[in-house]
Design a binder for this molecule. Structure first.
Ligand code: SF4
Ligand code: SF4
Length: 832
């Protein structure tokens, strides 16, 4: 909420509502002696007391003592501790702790405002959602069931109704839109069964819990902790300490712990590692157990829940888009974020001010508290966990090593160090398979070794009957007021074919999900949470209560393919297959400027008539999709329309945007920008060999075609010679160069995309040059650091600054704007 600057006198920080001369654009975190010991500062000649108070502050990996940068910690990873690079003259420092008393005194007023506002917000939300019935309990004369009345009115009028609080403590019911127009205090008609403060062991949820205890009566909400099974030991310790702390003050405050019925390692063995694109652990180990625990008393029905959490906008790009109040991922869940606008410093000041216990993980250097293993953790986090919790990490590390080796990765250490295992899931291959046969009228599924009977989920579509005739079943399904006939054939070796005749498209999509769930279910319980009637139970066996199921299909639609496990298992089985198909789609054709020209003139008509041959059309379609110009149905996307506008005025910029997207989406371009360095000379043959070596299992013919297509792209578009991506310098020789002519818009777009990929709005220049900076702007355009910093300065000095770059006095900070993202930055900068 407030601006942060150094307070050199106390060694702490100051808060102010105005930007001052020494305002820091990044909110620093306090650094304690435990972190300095881990980094080895006590053996490098520094002296400091082993005290409770912080000693320094850190912005990313830059450490500040009383306002001065004193050292940087570089190149940490799971197997290597950080290298310490001291600022000149700071090699032998004697540190004094932060004067906490003075710092807290100087920030008292600002923190009072932060806290009061958040407490008022929590109270207001509670009043709004606790329902008119509860409100009116205080007023005997008004004791009417307003909630039921509002629901009856909603059904009758088919519009959203609100209960409003009038003057003199009386209540009324009116349409929500009208109430909002009149500025009335609205009491939501939704009845909330449980108010929760969700506790994660992190500093943000700890502050929110404390605020809740100050804002609400202790028996009006519960504290819920989700134990994922691979929590940091320090988080479990803190949870015990926190319970003790609040029970002493509020004996009636209820704490509950949610856990999945199975150990997380069992899920690793069944569905593989969580990865960047399949972060199943949060759903299966955290949110699903939590909400499954909260049923309406005496029923299996999901309770209506309002969760007060510690989400903050500063934490990530995705979170910065959150409203302060909104619907959760699962049905029946509302989330509110009272401290969404707080910065890191304010959160720590709150903990210091009220002398609340601090998770040891922060003291040893973690900026965020998560699990022992997390696909979103940084190389820095990996270093801390490996050094501080090796025993807890070992079973997970062992599996990553085993599965990487099985995949044929040659240098497993390097693979793990550079965190490549997080990009694509690793795991045991499954013997189950499902595929669907093309047929215009019938739905045909071929399934091998399904976990459950293929009828397990059929009830969600409608009532059905089955008669068995030897190796064949005959059946009927009632769906949407019609009856459909189906047959199931059972063959040897667990092979099954299911055929449903005259299947409409919508039913066919749902049937796919029914088949996937039956084939792959691992009883994770994630989809049970989405059942609104309590008809579905997963453990110990899947049961759909016919008397309660309303065929809403919410359990089929809770995830892609209807099942979170299916996605993960198929991803492991399909890794190599998918990659080869993706490459094959180009045939040997490159992305040609003349084709793009022709396409952008009239993107719709182009597919009816163009100058390309049939095979070339297929190749071009693949390139357009990977450039995000068209979607899966070859229809121009919003981004495609933007490229079209840009192309008419500035075709170079359009090609910059295209190259940035290809570097993210095209396997061969991604490999090229991350593996071929500037000035490197290479031949087609060496490129093919290198790809085949680094991607075990990739068919060599496929790779040859992809490389041919890439080299053609360089020859037939400005990307090769003009952008210096690869210039032909001999009969078979090419050389990569630096594209120093990148435009400000291209640079900004690339930076925002990279930041979104790594999930932050505050970066350092070195983040673009680190070993693991895959897909960074510097790699995509081969920019050296001087050119890149010039570009940043230019963006920083624009009238309407799209980022803040602090590059003087050894600083390396880049702060992106909260209101901008890769989706809007080009049109804003281009003036569209
Ligand atoms: S069907 Fe439901 S319970 Fe079974 S694995 Fe899939 S999401 Fe989990
Ligand atoms: S979500 Fe529940 S009610 Fe809806 S189809 Fe599935 S089992 Fe039936």
């Amino acid at each position: 909420m407030f601006k942060v600057s150094w307070d050199r006198e106390t060694g702490g920080i100051k808060l102010s509502s105005l930007v001052e001369k020494d305002t820091i654009n990044i909110s620093p975190r306090p650094v304690f002696y435990e972190e300095l010991n881990l980094l080895g500062l006590n053996t490098l000649g520094w002296q400091y007391p082993e005290c409770e108070e912080p000693l320094l502050w850190a912005c990313n990996k830059e450490y500040y003592y009383r306002g001065d940068l004193v050292f940087e910690a570089k190149d940490a990873n799971i197997y290597d501790k950080a290298t310490i690079v001291f600022q000149p003259g700071k090699e032998k420092l004697k540190l004094k702790p932060v004067n906490m008393q003075k710092m807290l005194e100087r920030t008292k007023e600002q923190m009072f405002l932060c806290e009061s506002e958040a407490i008022e917000f929590i109270r207001d939300i509670y009043d709004t959602y606790s329902g008119a019935n509860r409100m009116t309990e205080k007023h005997a004369a008004n004791r009417m069931d307003f909630e039921s009345l509002a629901q009856i009115q909603e059904k009758k009028t088919k519009q959203k109704m609100a209960i409003v609080k009038e003057d003199c403590e009386s209540f009324d019911i009116m349409p929500l839109s009208e109430a909002e127009k009149q500025g009335k205090k609205v009491l939501k008609a939704t009845k909330i069964d449980y108010f929760l403060a969700s506790f994660s062991g992190g500093k943000d949820s700890q502050v929110v819990l404390d605020l809740c205890t100050r804002a609400l009566p202790p028996d009006s909400f519960q504290v819920i902790y989700s134990d994922t099974g691979y929590e940091l030991p320090s988080s479990l310790e803190l949870y015990n300490e926190v319970q003790k702390h609040y029970h002493e003050q509020f004996p009636t405050l209820k704490f509950r712990t949610a856990r999945n019925h199975e150990a997380v390692l069992n899920y690793w063995d069944k569905i593989g590692t969580p990865s960047d694109s399949h972060r199943w652990c949060c759903t299966i180990m955290k949110t699903a157990p939590l909400y499954r625990m909260l049923k309406v008393p005496g029923t299996n029905k999901q309770a209506k829940v309002l969760t007060i959490d510690g989400v903050r906008a500063e934490e990530s790009v995705r979170r910065s888009a959150y409203e302060r109040e909104g619907k959760g991922k699962h049905t029946n869940i509302t989330n509110v974020h009272p401290i969404i606008g707080w910065n890191t410093v304010e959160v720590f000041l709150y903990l210091f001010r009220y002398n609340l216990p601090i998770n040891l993980a922060y003291r040893i250097g973690k900026a965020r508290v998560g699990c022992i293993v997390c696909p979103f953790s940084t190389a820095w986090d990996d270093m801390i966990v490996k050094n501080c919790y090796p025993r807890e990490l070992k079973p997970f590390e062992d599996r990553i090593i085993q599965w990487s080796s099985k995949l044929g990765i040659k240098d497993v250490d390097a693979y793990i160090k550079s965190r490549k295992w997080k990009i694509k899931a690793l795991g045991n291959k499954s013997k189950t398979d499902v595929n669907f046969q093309d047929s215009s009228a019938n739905f045909i599924a071929n399934i091998v070794n399904p976990v459950d009977s293929i009828y397990t989920w059929m009830q969600t579509l409608g009532d059905y009957t089955v008669i068995n005739r030897g190796n064949k079943d005959m059946g009927e399904l009632q769906y949407a007021n019609a009856v459909y006939h189906f047959e199931t054939h059972y063959y040897e070796k667990g092979r099954i074919q299911f055929v449903l005749h005259n299947c409409p498209t919508k039913l066919s999509l749902l049937l796919r999900r029914v088949m996937y769930k039956a084939a792959y279910c691992v009883r994770c319980e994630a989809c049970e949470v989405d059942c609104p009637t309590g008809a579905l139970t997963i453990v110990p066996d899947i049961n759909i209560d016919k008397t309660k199921c309303i065929h809403c299909q919410k359990c089929l639609n809770s995830h892609d393919r209807g099942c979170i496990a299916t996605d993960c298992i198929r991803m492991i089985n399909d890794t190599d297959k998918k990659m080869s198909l993706k490459i094959q789609a180009y045939k040997t054709f490159g992305f040609r400027a003349e084709w793009l020209d022709e396409f952008l003139i009239d993107p719709e008509y182009f597919w009816n008539d163009n100058s390309l041959g049939t095979a070339q059309v297929d190749g071009f379609k693949a390139w357009l999709k990977e450039a995000e110009i068209t979607d899966a149905k070859n229809v121009i996307t919003d981004f495609g329309n933007l490229v079209k506008e840009v192309y008419l005025n500035d075709s170079d910029l359009a090609w910059e945007l295209i190259w940035i997207n290809l570097a993210s989406n095209s396997f061969v371009v991604n490999w090229y920008v991350n593996n071929i360095s500037v000035n490197q000379v290479f031949e087609k043959r060496t490129l093919i060999e290198s790809i085949c070596t680094s991607v075990p299992g990739a068919p060599s013919r496929t790779v040859e075609n992809a490389v041919a297509a890439l080299l053609q792209t360089f020859s037939y578009s400005p990307l090769g010679k003009q952008f210096m991506c690869a210039e032909q310098i001999g009969k078979n020789q090419y050389q990569r160069g630096e594209y120093s002519g990148i435009s400000n818009i291209g640079l900004a777009y690339s930076i925002y995309r990279f930041a979104e990929r790594i999930g932050t709005k505050s970066l350092r220049v070195s983040d673009f040059y680190d070993d693991d900076a895959e897909g960074s702007t510097s790699r995509v355009f081969g920019l050296n650091q001087t050119t890149f910093e010039q570009g940043l300065r230019s963006l920083n000095s624009e009238k309407n600054r799209v980022l803040i770059a602090e590059l003087s006095m050894g600083l390396q900070h880049i702060t992106l704007r909260d209101d901008l993202n890769s989706k809007n930055i080009v049109s804003i900068m281009f003036g569209l």
